[in-house]
Ligand binder design. Sequence first.
Ligand code: CA
Ligand code: CA
Length: 269
Amino acid sequence: MNYLTKCLCILVVVPFFFTLGHSETPATCSVVQGLPGLNGRDGRDGAFGPKGDPGERGERGILGPPGKVGPIGNPGVKGNTGVTGPTGNKGEKGEKGVGLPGGQGQKGEKGSPDVESIKKIMALESQIASLEKKWSWIKSVLLFHGVKEEVGGKVFVATARKENYAIAQNICKEVGGSLATPRNAEENSVLHGIISTKGVSSAALLDITDSQVEGTFTYSTGEKVIFTNWSTGQPDDYKNNEDCVNMYNNGFWNDVSCSSKHLVICEFQ
Ligand SMILES: [Ca+2]
Ligand SMILES: [Ca+2]
């Protein structure tokens, strides 16, 4: 019996069996035990069921890739002016620029003399005033005593006073001169001429001394004398107390005590 025959027998016998089973008189039928059939094919898919309830919210997924750049939006409303920021640091010094020469300026006003010129003028005015004073004094000396002699660039002026060396020096210094001091034979002769008019016993002090080093005569400036006209036997430093010098009315010199008083004759140059 092939497979198809077996299937047909089963389809015929089984319904018949059930029919007999419900009758009041059981029928008899020989039953032939067949072989088990093969598994049938899968049935058709059923209809779709109703939509289920939404599931619980899942965990946040990983950030996806950036999307495309969207279109440019409309410009926003202009904001308020912000607060002024702090002053920035000073920038570095720039390079020296090259400027164009400027135009010629306007003519300036007449200026005043500079300070140095004013000082020189004031100094000259002071000197002139001093010379005028000195000249006035000389004229008065000449007016009252009438004795003056000029030799080279030097002028000898005799006073009527007799003083010691220190006072005689001051008298002449106060009027801008110094004690008479012949530095050559010609000056010595001129001074001699003045003294000779004052009497045979007259003598005039000279601006010469050996008070620093005995026997070494110098002018009051400290310079060593360059001309002398000592009288015979002089200088003798009599009693070790003769450090000043005078001129006799014969024109010769003698060392004398500085405290002794003699004619005061000044010289100017
Ligand atoms: Ca002496
Ligand atoms: Ca002497």
